[in-house]
Design a protein around this ligand. Structure first.
Ligand SMILES: CC(C)(COP(=O)(O)OP(=O)(O)OC[C@H]1O[C@@H](n2cnc3c(N)ncnc32)[C@H](O)[C@@H]1OP(=O)(O)O)[C@@H](O)C(=O)NCCC(=O)NCCS
Length: 147
């Protein structure tokens, strides 16, 4: 069974471990710990049969949500976990006006995920990423209270 929970003092190290496995320049364990006291931060952890399998980190400021990161462990992909994480966030932050994110231009899996949620491509940031250097595509989902 898949369960989405909030990140907390007991599980934040699991979130940091998934981040470290999935990204070349990961946020540290300490950064995730500090997120626990950030009132604008919302971090969701997916438990697949009780095992930490993915997470989503966003900030919400004045009705504008920005996605910091989403990742699912390699062995748990294509099971709807990222979809469930995004949906949990949209359900909780349904009063927000928009959700914005950057994604590597070559990241076909993430782009397909976002487009399936109705995110629209609104821009491109040159050389936004390093290790390796790559442009970012900017996507926004405009919310209308029916998410
Ligand atoms: C992108 C990522 C989070 C997707 O997680 P996931 O749990 O496998 O995604 P889901 O199973 O919920 O997939 C939902 C939809 O996204 C799209 N999608 C996901 N992975 C895909 C892939 N490899 N190729 C094409 N489409 C893909 C599909 O539309 C999919 O729906 P479907 O399975 O019904 O076709 C995961 O691949 C990942 O962690 N990648 C590494 C980290 C990363 O790049 N994060 C994004 C940073 S912007």
């Amino acid at each position: 069974m898949l369960k989405i929970v909030w990140m907390n003092e007991q599980n934040y190290k699991s979130v940091a471990a998934i981040e470290a496995r999935c990204f070349s320049q990961p946020w540290s364990e300490r950064t995730f710990f500090e997120e626990l006291s950030n009132p604008n931060a919302h971090t969701y952890l997916a438990l697949d049969e009780g095992v930490p399998a993915g997470f989503l980190s966003v900030w919400e400021v004045c009705g504008e949500v920005s996605v910091n990161n989403i990742a699912v462990c390699e062995g748990s992909r294509r099971k709807g976990i990222a979809r469930a994480l995004l949906q949990a966030m949209l359900d909780e932050l349904s009063a927000a006006q928009s959700v914005t994110l950057e994604v590597r231009k070559s990241n076909a899996a993430a782009i397909a995920l976002y487009e399936s949620f109705g995110f629209e491509r609104v821009g491109e940031r040159r050389d936004f990423y390093s290790h390796p250097t790559e442009n970012a595509l900017l996507y926004t989902k405009f919310l209308n209270g029916e998410n």
